[in-house]
Design a protein around this ligand. Structure first.
Ligand code: CAA
Length: 260
């Protein structure tokens, strides 16, 4: 069995895994061990066909209350700079080619909000609270928050949240486009599992291509993005899964995608 100091892993026969952040005494604060564990887990499933989607979640009280302040408090500039603090963890997640759904209950603050935004979409419980309160500590977001929050909710709300450190509740987060759905707390994990199972039932090749396309939208002009989409769309016709998917529709049966 897979054991990690800071993560609980549950693999599901439907082709997805639920990864639960497990540092309850620190409200899942993200220390180096959490990033090391997440990196090791993502490495281990990158080429594992039995895991085609991941649900990342925390506890009822906290998805994650931020980067670990106690670990960072005494760091010098030279240490932060030399270690390139947060770079490896951030980059590992952005390089992961399969979908990661964040299922957020309670606090998603600072690095916790940034980790949720690094996922492909966020499903929130009614109790979720999002914020980038780093300014209270005399610092700033450091795992992409100033960039991703601004792209997701626009400049005005991003400035408001980052400069005042106020939290956004689930309803506001949904209105603002930070989260894709809000559900009652008791539904959160089932909702995320059902979404993961749906994704895992699709052609894994098509899933990767679709994820890549959407991400290109954030980093390119419309013309470049549409060109990228069209090329990738054409390339999907090289796979058996395209023939199978379209044949199954015509035959009125369920497709049997093989990832080929
Ligand atoms: N780092 C380290 N420990 C943390 C933590 C964090 N980010 N957040 C909470 N904890 C610890 C607390 O120190 C406390 O530990 P002890 O029991 O040993 O004292 C334990 O978790 C429980 O927390 P609280 O007693 O504070 O719980 P609460 O319910 O009273 O308050 C909270 C909850 C409002 C979320 C509060 O814990 C809080 O404000 N946390 C810090 C939030 C924050 O500032 N996050 C940003 C971190 S900086 C960052 O993330 C940088 C970056 O972008 C890269």
């Amino acid at each position: 069995a897979e054991t990690y100091e800071t993560l609980l892993i549950e693999r599901h026969a439907d082709g997805y895994a639920v990864v639960t952040l497990n540092r309850p005494k620190a409200l899942n604060a993200l220390n180096s061990q959490v990033f090391a564990d997440l990196t090791a887990f993502l490495d281990s499933v990158e080429r594992d066909d039995t895991v085609r989607c991941i649900v990342l979640t925390g506890s009822e009280k906290a998805f994650a209350a931020g980067a670990d302040i106690k670990e960072m408090a005494d760091q010098s500039y030279a240490q932060m700079f030399t270690e390139n603090f947060f770079a490896a963890g951030h980059d590992r997640i952005t390089r992961f080619r399969k979908p990661i759904i964040a299922a957020v209950s309670g606090y998603a603050l600072g690095g916790g909000c940034e980790l949720a935004m690094l996922c492909d979409f966020i499903i929130a419980s009614e109790t979720a609270k999002f914020g980038q309160p780093e300014i209270n500590l005399g610092v700033a977001p450091g795992i992409g928050g100033s960039q991703r929050l601004t792209r997701l909710v626009g400049k005005s709300k991003a400035m408001d949240m980052i400069l005042t450190a106020r939290m956004m509740d689930a309803a506001e987060a949904e209105r603002a486009g930070l989260v894709s759905r809000v559900v009652p707390g008791e539904r959160l994990l089932d909702e995320a599992r059902e979404a993961a199972a749906k994704i895992a039932a699709h052609s894994p090749l098509a899933v990767m291509a679709n994820k890549e396309m959407v991400n290109v939208a954030l980093e390119s002009t419309l013309t470049e993005g549409v060109r990228f989409e069209r090329r990738l769309f054409h390339s999907l016709f090289a796979f058996e899964d395209q023939k199978e998917g379209m044949a199954a529709f015509v035959d009125k049966r369920k497709p049997d995608f093989r990832g080929r």
